[in-house]
Write a protein that binds this ligand. Structure first.
Ligand code: SAH
Length: 213
């Protein structure tokens, strides 16, 4: 499938809507204008890809709503070249947004089929620099830590302790925290032991689950 003028037009409309809803960092909107979201969703759903809605990506998982992707990216408050860890690669869309921003992206997915699909989706679009890992995000990637940013794209009951340990001093984790519903939480690491927390509204995410599938 290609990126037709119609897809591009709808994408522009979506990004316009997002820009009116919240003052997102312009570089995020530029990235989202560039990335063909319809090529990340299941075949047959591409006509729905430019509504501000989550969509199924297989094995009971969803690609996050564009507003949520923009918000999580915004809250990450990135700087170019920084090392970030994403938990929940899914179809790879959020990964592509982080790559467009010039970040060094490490990402973990617990579903083998999604890990493979994300690899395919990203490669097809020329995004070859992300470090994709198949595994359990609760463990993080200690061999590549510390990370300046950690982004959870699944809802966790609490901030996973291993991930807090892998956060750089001065770094921030953006995590939807909660069981039924989640509160978007930004956790900053001030020093070895001090973490501060700020809440940014309610969201609904698929759960962060242990182990691999
Ligand atoms: N960022 C994704 C969103 C996918 S939804 C995208 O843009 O498509 C959240 C993802 O988190 C799902 O794919 C789910 O399988 C994954 N996930 C849940 N628990 C996980 C864990 N412990 N480790 C890694 N991935 C996990």
């Amino acid at each position: 499938m290609s990126d037709t003028l119609q897809h591009q037009g709808r994408r522009r409309q979506l990004v316009d809507q997002l820009s009116k809803k919240y003052p997102f960092h312009p570089s995020i909107l530029v990235a989202m204008l560039k990335i063909p979201r319809h090529l990340f969703v299941e075949k047959g759903l591409d006509h729905l890809a430019y509504f501000d809605k989550p969509l199924p990506i297989g094995v009971n998982q969803t690609i996050s709503q564009p507003f949520t992707v923009a918000m999580q990216t915004h809250l990450l408050a990135h700087t170019k070249w920084e090392r970030v860890l994403e938990i929940g690669t899914g179809c790879g869309y959020q990964t592509a947004v982080l790559l467009e921003l010039g970040l060094r992206v490490f990402t973990i997915e617990r579903h083998k089929s999604l890990y493979l699909q994300a690899q395919k989706n990203l490669n097809a679009l020329g995004y070859t620099s992300a470090h994709l890992h198949y595994g359990d995000g609760f463990a993080g990637l200690p061999q590549f830590a510390p990370f300046k940013g950690i982004l959870l794209t699944c809802g966790a009951a609490q901030a996973p302790p291993n991930l807090l340990q892998q956060l750089a001093i001065g770094g921030r984790m953006v995590a939807p925290i909660g069981v039924e519903e989640q509160i978007m939480t930004v956790i900053e690491r001030a020093d070895e032991e001090t973490f501060t927390e700020q809440a940014f509204g309610n969201y609904s995410f698929v759960p962060m689950l242990p182990g691999t599938r």
